[in-house]
Design a protein around this ligand. Structure first.
Ligand code: UGA
Length: 445
């Protein structure tokens, strides 16, 4: 019998997972409460930017293998495996994760499941969630139904979502029996046959793997950014330092790019939720270093703002600032917790006239901070600027030429917030250029 799958929550993770499950050949129903989003998805339109995903979505909406609904009843009746991919945002009243959407989606499924089913959690959750949900299932499942639970965290990166789903580095399943494991192995058979490593474990480990991975990545970024603070004070070259330690295979060069720090919908909230969770468990000191990781990361934004101020002789009010990039990283239109957008807004709040250009992020940024001047090209953003800030390393900005930018600006001042430009080439034609990890001579220390 062919596998019938539902994917509950059609945000970034869910829309990707649903389209990729259809690509593997399954009949998939995507479930969400947001009718507008469902209508767009059913028309093959994605509400966010993700290379390759619109094509996949249209292909499988077209083939009839991928449907969307707001009916849990339909999902319960027409699928046997239900992936939970709803959001677990930071709580409004603290650092912990808001579990309302996970709990609601499980409850709604339980109301309608009458036969055998497997619920598979993919959302990033505090450790202990699966065990708590298992008790909830035991308590609320309809009489006669048989509902099992597995935890199968997702490690996809924005910008590489399809590739990361169809060719992941590993598959991790937290299970409490042979049957859920056998079903997951059937679901992922086409991926496993490509030699993808498989980690079979218990619920708690599976939940922790996800947050441990993100905490490690965040720590790696803050580690190099802490050294950037040192080289900014004493001198030295942060990129060479990263290259040199990165040659050691035990360390590795990836995620050692000093810059304006990490942002997005995952790393910042996940390190906070992890600290909150271990504190609840009575281990308040255990993840204390993550508070430092967070602080180092946030100081990166302060540093760029103060650098801009120093470059402008201490004066921000009335100065024209061109901002290139507002998304939290390239190839994404996501501005959640974006260091770039935060810096742009702070400069605006300090009285600067801020023009912003991002290849994909303008609309989302304008939705949050409508008062910045959003423009359609880097030329417009940099027009008559007293200083230009490159804050997200889109390919378009990596390729900028010093002569081209010099034609539009008022003053040749540039902060390369992601360390992607060849500073010597820019200095050759008179640019005052600097960036993270570099000691800036005029800076008031
Ligand atoms: C991250 C993880 O990389 C994924 O494995 C995970 O599945 C995902 O979170 C999630 O939990 O859903 P993502 O948020 O898409 O993925 O972004 P990353 O590529 O990890 O980048 C995060 C931030 O770190 C970006 O702001 C990026 O600019 C910054 N970064 C990255 C640096 O500042 N320096 C680096 O060297 C690398």
């Amino acid at each position: 019998m062919s596998l019938r799958i539902s994917v509950i929550g059609t945000g970034y993770l869910g829309a990707t997972h649903a389209a990729c499950m259809a690509e593997l050949g399954y009949d998939v129903i995507g479930v969400d409460v947001d009718k507008e989003k469902l209508a767009a998805l059913a028309a093959g339109i994605l509400p966010f930017h993700e290379p390759g995903l619109p094509e996949l979505l249209r292909k499988h909406v077209g083939s009839g293998r991928l449907r969307f609904t707001d009916s849990y009843e339909l999902a319960a009746n027409e699928a046997d495996i239900h992936f939970i991919t709803v959001g677990t945002p930071q709580r409004a009243d603290g650092h912990g994760a808001d579990m309302q959407y996970v709990d609601d989606s499980v409850d709604s499924l339980l109301e309608h499941i009458t036969g055998e089913a497997l619920i598979v959690g993919k959302s990033t959750v505090p450790v202990g969630t699966a065990r708590r949900l298992a008790a909830r299932i035991a308590d609320r499942a309809r009489p006669g139904s048989e509902v099992a639970l597995a935890w199968n965290p997702e490690f996809l990166r924005e910008g590489f979502a399809v590739k990361d789903t169809l060719s992941p580095d590993r598959l991790v399943y937290g299970v409490d029996g042979q049957q859920p494991l056998a079903l997951l192995r059937r679901v992922y058979a086409p991926i496993l046959s490509a030699g993808t490593p498989e980690v079979v474990t218990d619920w708690e480990t599976a939940e922790l793997v996800k947050v441990a991975a993100n905490a490690f990545l965040a720590t790696k970024i803050s580690f190099i950014n802490a050294f950037a603070e040192v080289t900014e004070t004493v001198g030295g070259d942060i990129k060479t330092l990263a290259d040199a330690i990165g040659h050691d295979a035990r360390i590795g060069r990836k995620f050692l790019n000093a810059g304006v720090g990490f942002g997005g919908g995952c790393l910042p909230k996940d390190i906070r939720a992890l600290q909150a969770r271990v504190s609840e468990l009575g281990l308040s000191h255990t993840m204390g270093f993550l508070a430092e990781v967070d602080q180092i990361n946030l100081r990166r934004r302060d540093r760029v703002v103060s650098l801009a101020q120093s470059m402008l002789g201490g004066q921000l009010p009335g100065k024209r600032v061109g901002v290139l990039g507002v998304t939290f990283k390239p190839d994404s239109d996501d501005v959640r917790d974006s260091p770039a957008l935060d810096v742009a807004v702070r400069l605006f709040n300090a009285g600067a006239e801020v023009s912003v250009y991002d290849p994909q992020g303008n609309a989302n940024a304008a939705g949050r901070f409508p008062r910045l001047n959003y423009v359609e090209s880097w030329q417009e953003a940099a027009q008559d600027a007293d200083v230009v800030l490159l804050l997200t390393e889109w390919q378009e900005f990596r390729q900028l030429q010093p002569e081209e930018l010099a034609e539009v600006v008022a003053e040749r001042r540039l902060i390369d917030g992601r360390n992607v430009l060849d500073r010597a080439a820019w200095r050759e034609i008179g640019w005052d250029i600097t960036g993270p990890g570099e000691k800036y001579p005029q800076e008031e220390l």
